[in-house]
Design a protein around this ligand. Structure first.
Ligand code: ASP
Length: 350
């Protein structure tokens, strides 16, 4: 099974290089750690982090603010209609509503977030407005939509025909089961119009962290959450300290995977605190994953969680429960690097 999957992944990645010229290299190197002291750097989750990083780099590489860079960066997968786990074309909940979660945080502690937001394709922009234009951190549901409209955002219809078709397929059995990972197969499959809407994967997130040459950081995190979730379900991504945490004194962390597990362990805050107390970004991600596995060892065999961390000197680390988590790294030296994260388990469950 693993061989077949590996073969499938290899051929999908090979053909997708043609379909997606901006993702120029496959994640062939397994590495959790990339040394720092490189000046500015931006890192993000999954293969779709590569084009997202490039958009962020267009800001950061010119000396722009990390906060502006991460906001611009994550807007790329948010508007990608082939991406069914983030933004506009996200898979809906079990009732057919596309509800989006997003958060943004500056290394000085300012942050904003929206959860279960409907009808707005770029929830990250609304999260930033929450941060800048309200005394609050998190707005949810109808209140978040009302605020967005007051701020001048336009209401959109987010359920694309392809996502609607996948939802109807799902309704035939209507069984909720988070399917890790991904290995980004669903993304590549849909990009190439290979059919099978609904694909294998039914959740992912873009989490992005950026540091400038002076060690100032920012992060952004945005997702449509778990496909076919209960209406009103909120994941880790808009919860500051769970899906995202950034502190200029230390570094930042972000997560992807089954958000309930990340919330239970205050995952991203934990990673940053471990770094504060001397762990490397890699060691901190490993410890955060270990805590999840230790708490629920049986459940952990069948779910994916991945952490990505960036220290203020630019060193980054990544670790996941299952094989298949990838992350993208972009700096002055190389703008389209994609790496495979090490993991607890060496094969992906079926
Ligand atoms: N963390 C996201 C959520 O639970 C989903 C994912 O990243 O796979 O909503």
């Amino acid at each position: 099974m693993t061989d077949r999957r590996d073969f499938l992944k290899a051929s999908l990645l090979a053909t997708s290089a043609l379909a997606l010229p901006r993702i120029s290299r496959a994640a062939t190197t397994v590495s959790g750690s990339v040394p720092g002291k490189v000046g500015a750097r931006v890192v993000s989750t999954w293969d779709f982090g590569v084009p997202a990083n490039q958009a962020a780099w267009a800001v950061l590489g010119k000396g722009g603010k990390p906060l502006d860079a991460v906001e611009k960066g994550v807007m790329v997968p948010e508007s990608d209609l082939n991406n069914h786990s983030v933004g506009r074309a996200g898979y809906p909940d079990r009732d057919g509503h596309v509800t989006l979660d997003a958060s943004i945080m500056d290394g000085d502690g300012r942050c904003g977030a929206v959860a279960a937001l409907e009808h707005i394709g770029h929830p990250i922009n609304v999260a930033r407005k929450v941060m800048e234009n309200t005394p609050h951190v998190l707005l949810v549901g109808d209140g978040a939509l009302e605020f967005a409209l007051q701020q001048g955002f336009k209401k959109e219809h987010l359920l694309t025909p392809e996502s609607e078709k996948a939802w109807h397929e799902w309704l035939k059995q209507a069984k909720y089961k988070p399917v890790a990972n991904s290995e980004n197969i669903d993304y590549h499959r849909s990009v190439q119009n290979l059919g099978m809407p609904g694909g294998k994967n039914n959740h992912d997130t873009i989490g992005m962290l950026a540091v400038d040459a002076d060690g100032h950081l920012a992060g952004a995190c945005t997702t449509s959450g778990m496909a076919w979730k209960l209406h009103g379900r909120v994941g880790d991504s808009p919860i500051i300290g769970a899906g995202l945490y950034v502190d200029n004194e230390v570094g930042g962390a972000t997560s992807t995977g089954v958000g309930e597990e990340v919330i239970r362990t205050a995952g991203s805050f934990l990673v940053v605190e471990l770094m504060r107390h001397g762990r490397s970004p890699q060691e901190a991600c490993e410890e955060a994953v270990r805590r999840i596995v230790k708490k629920r060892p049986d459940a952990a065999k069948e779910l994916q969680v991945g952490f990505l961390a960036l220290r203020r000197d630019g060193e980054c680390g990544a670790y996941a429960i299952q094989k298949g988590f990838t992350y993208a790294v972009c700096d002055m030296q190389q703008q389209d690097r994609l790496l495979a994260s090490p993991s607890v388990y060496q094969t992906t469950y079926t």
